[in-house]
Write a protein that binds this ligand. Structure first.
Ligand code: GLA
Length: 419
């Protein structure tokens, strides 16, 4: 009898374990990385190398162990370390982060620049109801934007604007006659007017409301090029044509305050080097002066990505004489086709990767061959990252420091080189 009870208990335990496994599988991340805040999932963020295969999913709630006990980063501040090289340290920002005491404290300690992760994208600043009522494009700075700009001001943060003209996270109605998606797309002249109006209103409102001085850079156009050198097909190319980028920069030049540098921002920059090199040279006015101030490298990387190739892109595009910023840096473990688990070994490798990448950039800044006045991480905590499944950031989901932090902070002994 006793034996039978033991058997039954064992079977029940086994069922429990299997049920547990199933649960974990259900939580398994889908292969399309999603942005952290719900409503933004309309975006098609595809900053992955010419993906041919599907990445192996990693269970979402895999714990991110801290390898060897790392000292708390008391007194270590990335903004001070970068500041010694004239580089601002940035993070993306949400109201969830500013509204939470722990994350707000961490941001204040480590960063002096912020980029709104989503709230200044066209989906958020273009008001459908007001545009329809007015019969023309209406831009609105939403309460979330105002909250974050006030927070930035109160905490001495500079702001990167992101983004004005993009194929993704831009409302479909914006491109259609009478702002009605059932009607055809508007023609070139009308869309140029709408683009101009969006850009004009945005900068006017920032100026009128007294926020323009916070901004030092703005992504005018995001992700227009493909890895094969062709231009991405979008509502912008369908309505205006391929010169939509030139017009966007022309309008931005006309309306942006002087203190704001104008950026073209893209992902997979290391696979688009010659495309970007050729294209940037076309962004000039009739006197041959650049309409653009800088190129934003999104830098959504993997620890197996080739740094030599990356620095080749940095060096080639630096020669254009423009500024370059890393605008959305995060480094996943492994490679796109085969991401890795957050084991001690992989986390130390990530620490070294952050060290080497940032070291190479700062060396170039110091030598005067790279004009980089800011480096922005796309967040700080693995738990809040759009790529959270692949542990890409400097702190784990419990805000515990990772070797990656010490790599970014250029502390060689603690980032994986000391072991
Ligand atoms: C791209 C965009 C960002 C963001 C990420 C995903 O990189 O430029 O704004 O949407 O995708 O968070």
């Amino acid at each position: 009898m006793k034996k039978r009870i033991v058997m039954i208990l064992a079977v029940l335990a086994l069922i429990g374990v299997l049920a547990g496994c199933g649960k974990e599988k259900n939580n398994t991340a889908t292969t399309t990385p999603s942005v952290t805040e719900g409503p933004t999932a309309t975006s098609t963020p595809s900053p992955e190398p010419t993906a041919t295969s599907t990445p192996t999913p990693i269970p979402e709630d895999t714990p991110t162990p801290t390898p060897t006990p790392l000292p708390d980063p008391v007194g270590v501040s990335i903004k001070e370390i970068f500041g010694a090289h004239g580089v601002k340290a940035g993070t993306c920002l949400t109201t969830m982060m500013t509204g939470n005491a722990d994350t707000a404290k961490l941001i204040k300690e480590q960063f002096n620049s912020v980029t709104m992760e989503n709230d200044m994208k066209p989906d958020y600043i273009l008001s459908e109801a007001k545009s329809k009522a007015a019969g023309e494009v209406v831009v609105e700075l939403t309460p979330n934007i105002i909250t974050m700009l006030d927070w930035a001001r109160a905490n001495g943060m500079a702001v990167r604007g992101h983004t004005l003209v993009w194929h993704s996270q831009t409302p479909e109605w914006f491109f259609h006659e009478d702002f009605d998606t059932k009607k055809p797309l508007v023609g070139r002249e009308e869309m140029l007017k709408r683009m101009e109006s969006e850009i004009k209103q945005l900068f006017e409102q920032l100026t009128e409301k007294g926020y323009a001085d916070l901004f030092y850079a703005y992504d005018v156009v995001n992700e227009a090029w493909m890895e094969d050198g062709s231009m991405r097909k979008s509502n912008w190319t369908a309505t205006i044509g391929e010169d939509f980028i030139w017009h966007a920069f022309n309008f931005a030049n006309k309306y942006a305050p002087e203190n704001i540098d104008l950026y073209y921002n893209d992902y997979n920059e290391q696979f688009k080097t010659s495309t970007l090199e050729k294209f940037v040279k076309t962004l000039v006015d009739d006197k041959g002066n650049y309409l653009i101030d800088g190129i934003g490298f999104q830098a959504h990387l993997y620890t197996k990505d080739d740094l030599k190739q990356y620095f080749n892109t940095v060096d080639t595009l630096s020669k254009l004489g423009l500024k370059i910023q890393l605008t959305e840096l995060d480094v996943c473990l492994g490679k796109y086709q085969s991401p890795q688990m957050p084991t001690t070994t992989h986390l130390l490798e990530q620490g070294r990767y952050y060290y080497d990448l940032i070291n190479g950039l700062l060396e170039r800044v110091d030598a005067g061959t790279l004009k980089m006045d800011a480096l922005t991480f796309w967040g700080f905590s693995d738990g809040m990252s759009w790529r959270k499944t692949y542990s890409p950031l400097l702190f784990d989901k419990n805000l515990k420091v990772k070797p990656a932090f010490y790599g970014a902070a250029q502390m060689k002994d603690l980032c994986g080189y000391g072991e």
